[in-house]
Ligand binder design. Sequence first.
Ligand SMILES: [Fe+2]
Ligand SMILES: [Fe+2]
Length: 345
Amino acid sequence: MSTRAAGSVLLRHLGPRVFGPVLSPAAASPRPPLALAGGGERGWVAVWVRLLSTSAAEAKDETAASKGNAGSTAAAKAEAAEAAKEGDGKRDKVVSSYWGVAPSKLMSKDGVEWRWSCFRPWEAYKPDTSIDLTRHHEPKVLLDKIAYWTVKLLRVPTDIFFQRRYGCRAMMLETVAAVPGMVGGMLLHLRSLRRFEHGGGWIRALLEEAENERMHLMTFMEVAKPKWYERALVLAVQGVFFNAYFLGYLISPKFAHRVVGYLEEEAIHSYTEYLKDLEAGKIENVPAPAIAIDYWQLPADATLKDVVIVVRSDEAHHRDVNHFASDIHFQGMQLKETPAPLGYH
Ligand SMILES: [Fe+2]
Ligand SMILES: [Fe+2]
């Protein structure tokens, strides 16, 4: 059996459970009614399928919404109105729920119904692309040098694996980039609970960073579709990286933030190379995904190049936040002693 065939068999069986529903046409199709009564074991299997396919329906809705450009065009408005009409039926069912937790109808600034469930209109922003991209933290002390060379070493296998496939590279690296903020935020949250003390806004700042990185991933997913072995790689890398960063942050947040600062410097470099290939015509400068237009408030005719520019400026902001956080620790202080750079985009 060839590697490809083996991969297909593995995916058919494990795909829906491990990677979520995107790979599984069966999971993405309309859900069959549950047959719990008298269903025995099969009934429970149906429950599992249904639980796992919850995000499938959302993903499907959003993918459908992402076809075409942002809500500023007439076509998009018509499409959104149609989607809203279709959605009304579903929403009615939710509103009738006893719990009354259904979200209220949201509108975009163009007056069309908000189409994204993964972020809200007030979470969209215009990024500051004037940020200095060349800023670099010179590693002088041993800990900084270790952080710097750790990141440089990690770059070697990444370069070998992806080479100049920047779309794919961006998508895969964003799956890793969204981990440190969540781990750091979680550990600061737990510390705040344990010690009965304020967090200085850093919990939210780090979670904001994680969310921003996840939106990068949601965007690049529209540009590059991951292959089965890339999804498997993400699974393995996440398992290792989450635990390594968790331990690293427990032992030395100063080191952990410095590593992220250098990772962000590398991300800026990678996105600059991506831009070079887009400008040289080596990569097609396709229209920007609708989710990116809405998230970064880009013009309706924005292209992939515009998206890479705003993502790169986000990375520059993350670089500054993480080097700043590490500097605070280097000065012998806790993060909570310095107000966090909330909403720093
Ligand atoms: Fe990112
Ligand atoms: Fe980043």
